[in-house]
Design a protein around this ligand. Structure first.
Ligand code: HEM
Length: 520
């Protein structure tokens, strides 16, 4: 059944007798009439029954697979009601580009807002998750200058490079200390995920606070480990809360909510201490008057820049910095696990990327930005990993005007989700979709062959004005780490089966893969 609906919809011979969704789309192509919203194929009209099914069958954790299966059964568009949420789900680039055209100036996406205000917590009132509309836009334009613009990237790239190099130094020492084989060429097989989480937190702190926190030392602080746990807990408790109504939330969701709120408390406390310190430094440097900026011209991270410019209130700086901290650790540590695994199980691809990296690194004379520019396969590797393992499995929008998707009418204000996992694995969109091939992104060949010129195929960071604000940090952080790892180690894995994945708020391996690092 799986690929049936992907064939051209207006050809009689492609009708599939048991595929209701397919029939509807095909039929609409024949009489040319735009079908009503109610006719969109759906997974069951009763949201509460669906919620119970989701809960019983643990579908929240397998949401990506559930979506893939449902598209294969119902066609490229379907409706789903789960608890309080109702959405139209789509997965084809042409539909996503249509959605993008209707998102408006202040794109809105799904938030935890209704429940955040339902039970009072100390911190939700300060802004996290509450931003949509004009308030979001104003903050976002200011943030973009510090994290998205090329001048900002130039400022923080050397900081990321420093952390990536230190990570590899730490890893080389570990392999030498704990590995097998002759001295200088030892190998170590291990689960690198705890080290990758430390790397991601160290890198975030360096870019956001302009501060190193010493996570590669032999005794990293417990406080940082607690921060990592808090982000994990916050992410894991979010999805069910998105679907529960207030009354149910109070009865069965209360422990979840308590865990969620206390995780946020921890994340805020971690950020608050640093923000306070930054504020004091800034006040004292202004008191002294003379130097340029909080640290006499030294780059003091995104926080320092925002404080120095003084365009956001202290409360808004806190909310935004905390959101950057919360959004910046698991989102990079997890794709790195997938990347090391895929490079390990595809040794030929690994070697091709390494060859390119070696040349570019040798020619860059220590300039990390130049090295990345000359090694497009690194960028391709990151895109390829996020295609197969999108950190966020959906991107949501509430269009501000009525739109037509797959010839169905979708009214303004409907929640529409672009489902990235099925998109990335679709044979309709990608040639040989299950193969790991970073080179596919360097040629326009495939795009021509697929007949898709919308460009809406690499969407792991979302799209438009509301795309991921940490995108430039993440892309550079991932590429730099992979570059230094490939220069230092050969990677291999002892098994080649696919990794089982699970969805908390982000897509991650069920069990972190073990990787063999062999010193080069
Ligand atoms: C590979 C890594 C990452 C991926 C795949 C990713 C993905 C995403 C996606 C899909 C969105 C929603 C975009 C949309 O609705 O169009 C988003 C939003 C966001 N991300 Fe990321 N992200 C990553 C890394 C980061 C990092 C490193 C940070 C912080 C330093 C970050 C902070 C945020 C924030 C604050 C938002 C909300 C932006 C807004 O609504 O204005 N992300 N991310």
């Amino acid at each position: 059944v799986s690929q049936v609906w992907m064939r051209p919809f207006d050809h009689e011979e492609h009708e599939h007798p048991c595929d209701r969704g397919h029939q509807r789309v095909r039929k609409s192509g024949v009489d040319g009439r735009v079908r009503s919203f109610d006719e969109i194929p759906h997974t069951g009209r009763n949201g509460w029954v669906n919620l119970v099914k989701f809960w019983r069958e643990d579908r929240f954790r397998q949401l990506h697979k559930h979506m893939e299966k449902t598209f294969n059964t119902l066609g490229p568009i379907y409706r789903e009601h789960v608890g309080t949420q109702s959405s139209v789900n789509i997965m084809l680039p042409s539909d996503i580009s249509e959605l993008f055209r209707s998102e408006g100036l202040h794109p809105r996406r799904m938030t935890l807002q209704p429940w955040a205000t339902h039970r009072e917590t100390r911190h939700h009132s300060k802004g996290v998750f509450l931003k949509n509309g004009e308030e979001w836009r104003a903050d976002r334009l200011l943030l973009n200058k510090e994290v998205m613009m090329s001048a900002a990237v130039k400022r923080f790239l050397p900081l990321l490079d420093e952390v990536a190099r230190d990570f590899c130094r730490m890893l080389r020492a570990k392999v030498e200390r704990e590995g097998r084989g002759e001295e200088g060429r030892r190998s170590l097989t291990m689960d690198p995920s705890p080290d990758l989480f430390r790397f991601a937190l160290e890198a975030s702190c360096h870019v956001i606070y302009g501060e190193r926190i010493g996570l590669f030392s032999s005794s990293p602080s417990l406080e940082s480990q607690k921060f990592i746990w808090a982000v994990e807990r916050m992410l894991a408790t979010t999805p069910p809360l998105l679907y529960l109504p207030p009354r149910l939330l109070l009865r069965i969701g209360a422990p979840l909510w308590t865990q969620h709120a206390s995780a946020w408390d921890h994340i805020f406390t971690h950020a608050e201490a640093r923000i306070q310190r930054g504020y004091q430094q800034l006040s004292s440097s202004h008191g002294r008057g003379a130097e340029a900026g909080a640290a006499g011209g030294r780059y003091t991270g995104v926080l320092g820049q925002l404080m120095e410019k003084g365009q956001l209130s202290l409360d808004l700086i806190k909310a935004n910095i905390t959101e950057l901290m919360a959004g910046g650790v698991d989102t990079t540590a997890v794709p790195l696990q997938f990347a090391l695994f895929e490079l390990g199980r595809n040794p030929k691809v690994q070697e091709r990327v390494r060859q390119q990296v070696r040349v570019s690194w040798a020619q860059a004379g220590g300039d990390p930005q130049k090295a990345l520019q000359e090694a497009p396969l690194l960028k391709g590797t990151v895109k390829e990993i996020l295609r197969l393992y999108p950190v966020g499995t959906t991107v949501q929008r509430y269009p501000i005007k009525d739109i037509v998707l797959q010839n169905y009418h979708v009214p303004a204000g409907t929640m529409v989700q672009a489902c990235l996992y099925p998109l990335g694995r679709s044979a309709e969109v990608f040639e040989d979709p299950l193969s790991f091939n970073p080179e596919r992104w360097s040629s326009s060949r495939e795009e021509g062959q697929r007949g898709d010129r919308t460009g809406f195929r690499s969407l792991a960071f979302g799209f438009g004005a509301r795309q991921c604000v940490g995108r430039r940090i993440a892309e550079n952080e991932l590429q730099l780490l992979l570059m230094h790892v490939l220069l230092s180690f050969h990677l291999s894995v002892s098994y080649t089966e696919d990794i089982s994945t699970t969805c908390t708020l982000i897509l991650q391996p069920e069990t972190p893969p073990r990787i063999t690092f062999s010193k080069l």
